[in-house]
Design a protein around this ligand. Structure first.
Ligand SMILES: Cc1cc2nc3c(=O)[nH]c(=O)nc-3n(C[C@H](O)[C@H](O)[C@H](O)COP(=O)(O)O)c2cc1C
Length: 196
């Protein structure tokens, strides 16, 4: 796919690694997907790691829609999310639900998310993390984010790690990634004029 421009501006994609726990597998899954996104070539792509960002439990005094932020970590997070046109959350599910790190990161902001498109790369056991994905969609739509139906779902994902700890799934998963990115590009381009 060629570069996706809206009014001569290249769309920016953020690949967001959700898991923050020590020993997490999400970092390797995120690295794989980031490479897929760079190879796809439709977007200017950035890898964001919630573990590096290290947001505390939501600690702003005011409702995020006021954008009256009082802490440096919120300002930093707001600047990151603001520059994105589309997001891919690389996420597991915890106890059939969305990881608290994702819910917390979403709750921090409001306007920065609005009228943008999002997709999921989810991983886990038999469910491939999809129950957590569905739970996250309720919050995303409240934030005026369009979570697209096309997804990359990775059941029994442990089978795809090589001896060096790299996540190496097969051609089917690479194809699913490319197709999801095509679809995400269409949605992100269509939504951008709404933010004018
Ligand atoms: C607190 C917790 C809850 C979990 N709940 C689920 C679950 O509901 N469904 C599932 O498929 N895997 C579940 N798992 C297993 C995870 O899929 C697996 O540990 C995965 O590596 C988590 O992603 P991470 O390593 O990037 O944090 C859970 C793991 C943890 C730590």
């Amino acid at each position: 796919m060629g570069l996706i421009f809206v009014e001569n501006i290249l769309l920016k994609l953020q690949v967001i690694v959700v898991s923050t726990r020590p020993g997490r597998k999400g970092e390797a899954v995120g690295n794989w997907f980031y490479e897929q996104a760079v190879n796809h070539g439709g977007f200017e792509t950035e890898l964001i790691d919630l573990s590096e960002l290290d947001l505390p439990m939501f600690d702003e005094a005011n409702h995020p829609r006021l954008q009256n932020y009082e802490t440096p970590h919120t300002l930093e997070w707001a600047q990151i999310v603001e520059r994105g046109d589309a997001y891919v959350f690389v996420t597991p599910e915890y106890n059939y639900g969305a990881p608290p790190s994702l819910i917390n990161a979403l709750d921090y902001l409001s306007r920065e998310w609005a009228y943008k498109a999002a997709a999921f790369v989810s991983y886990g056991g038999v469910s491939a993390g999809t129950r957590g994905v569905e739970m996250s969609k309720q919050i995303l739509t409240t934030l005026s984010v369009m979570p697209i139906p096309r997804a990359v779902s990775l059941p029994f994902f442990a089978q795809y790690f090589d001896e060096a700890g790299l996540f190496v799934p097969g051609e089917n998963q690479n194809k699913a990634a490319a197709e999801m990115l095509d679809e995400l590009g269409r949605w992100a381009a269509a939504l951008k004029p709404l933010r004018a």
